[in-house]
Design a protein. Structure first.
Length: 67
């Protein structure tokens, strides 16, 4: 009888370990997703800034050539 009870507790422990591992995986995925989103936002901002510099440079260049 005692052995049977121990087996039940072992099963519960195994389930808890599995659940906690899944939770940890989900947290890691969320963190990675947030990092990916922030990296893409930063990259987008860099491209926008470079684009603005390109437009300004083109305008200044055409004015200089015109003068």
């Amino acid at each position: 009888m005692e052995n049977n009870n121990n087996k039940k507790y072992d099963d519960i422990d195994l389930m808890l370990v599995k659940i906690s591992k899944n939770v940890a995986k989900e947290r890691k995925l969320k963190i990675l997703k947030n990092i990916g989103i922030s990296i893409s936002i930063i990259a987008g901002l860099i491209f926008v800034i470079l684009g603005i510099y390109g437009i300004v440079g083109t305008i200044i260049g055409t004015i200089k050539v015109g003068i």
